[in-house]
Ligand binder design. Structure first.
Ligand SMILES: Nc1nc2c(ncn2[C@@H]2O[C@H](COP(=O)(O)OP(=O)(O)OP(=O)(O)O)[C@@H](O)[C@H]2O)c(=O)[nH]1
Ligand SMILES: [Mg+2]
Length: 330
């Protein structure tokens, strides 16, 4: 009797029967018989791990795991801040689903060390794709550990030149951003010091409702002030990510005060409009703007490495990064 198992780290096939990469079981190169995994012929299929990775229960990576991974391979940490319901989780889910369905013209999925965490946050929207929209595509983010951020990892391949790159992105509860704005609760954002790009997420629907708009703009300006205070030595590039593009594009003049506040603070800022999901699929397809968000995130910023060789980095470079990161956290 055959016993086929999935050998891809993090795939849920063995537990749920659902392939995280949406492969048909018969065609998946990772779903093979356990007892015919070649041991001698052609060498080992997977390198034996030196030690078992210790992930937080949610399947996201702890900051120590990320530091270790960054010491071995170039990667970029992206900060994501925004009020509850601004669309943080939805943007990550949308990106993940586009990649899982190979539906991004410019990029393809190459790997993830946190597939289970992505599967967890994408569960609600999978129900939606299977039929019938739900009011909530994602659930409100709550962390089991309220003291430190868990990060999700993705490795993408850029189709134009086959270069691969890794990035780490947190899925944080909006309350963390509110508490940063209102009470300057900043200790949980230590990991942000390694980020050279920060997404400031805003619910685009606020721009269409005058009674909500002024407060939303005011709070985003205060958030920008807080980010500057958090990272005075190495100010990040900001991307103002305006969600719910399916409702329409807000007028530039309404967004302008936020851009002014960033430039007054000496930060570079660009605006990205995204529709992670869409209530008007015919006009604005779900996922619109996500690829551009990735493009802009990885467009080179002064003093940072944008794309890196496909081969593992040398120990010399690895030491330099460790040293660099140690200096940053001082
Ligand atoms: N139509 C539409 N709905 C969206 C979009 N982005 C988010 N939503 C809806 O808004 C809800 C809340 O979005 P989330 O991404 O969960 O919000 P969040 O910022 O992660 O919120 P917290 O986890 O509470 O901080 C989702 O469940 C979707 O129903 C979008 O681009 N278009
Ligand atoms: Mg969330």
């Amino acid at each position: 009797m055959t016993n086929r198992v999935c050998h891809l780290d993090g795939c849920t096939m063995n537990q749920t029967g659902v392939c995280a990469l949406n492969h048909e079981p018969d065609q998946c190169p990772n779903y093979i018989e356990e007892n015919v995994v070649p041991q001698d012929i052609g060498g080992a299929v997977l390198d034996a791990p030196t030690s078992n990775p210790t992930f937080p229960p949610s399947g996201a990576l702890g900051t120590e795991d990320v530091s270790l991974m960054l010491s071995k391979r170039y990667g970029r940490v992206i900060g994501v801040l925004g009020a509850p319901d601004s669309g943080k989780t939805a943007s990550l889910v949308s990106m993940y689903l586009l990649l899982a369905n190979n539906a991004m013209p410019g990029y393809s999925y190459a790997d993830s060390r946190s597939l289970i965490a992505f599967e967890e946050i994408a569960r609600g929207s999978r129900r939606w794709t299977e039929g019938g929209a739900t009011d909530q595509m994602t659930t409100h983010t709550e962390l089991r550990d309220d003291r430190s951020a868990g990060l999700l990892h993705l490795r993408l391949r850029r189709r134009s030149d086959s270069k691969r790159f890794d990035f780490y992105v947190p899925d944080l509860p909006g309350e963390w951003t509110n508490e940063l704005i209102d009470q300057n609760v900043a200790h949980r954002f230590d990991f942000l010091k390694s980020a050279d790009v920060v997404w400031i997420m805003m619910d685009g629907s606020a721009f269409f409702e005058p009674q909500r708009r002024a407060l939303a703009v005011h709070r985003t300006c205060r958030l920008i002030d807080r980010v500057v205070a958090l990272m005075p030595m190495r100010p990040p590039k900001l991307l103002l990510v305006v969600t719910r593009l399916d409702l329409g594009v807000p007028e530039e003049v309404k967004i302008a005060p936020i851009l002014r506040r960033a430039t007054e603070n000496g930060l570079s800022i660009e605006v990205c409009h995204i529709a992670s999901f869409s209530d008007a699929q015919a006009v604005t397809p779900a996922g619109k703007g996500i690829e551009e968000l990735i493009d802009r995130t990885f467009a080179s910023t002064p003093g940072t490495i944008s794309f890196w060789p496909d081969t593992p980095i040398t120990s010399e470079v690895s030491r330099q990064i460790l040293h660099f990161r140690r200096n940053e956290s001082e």
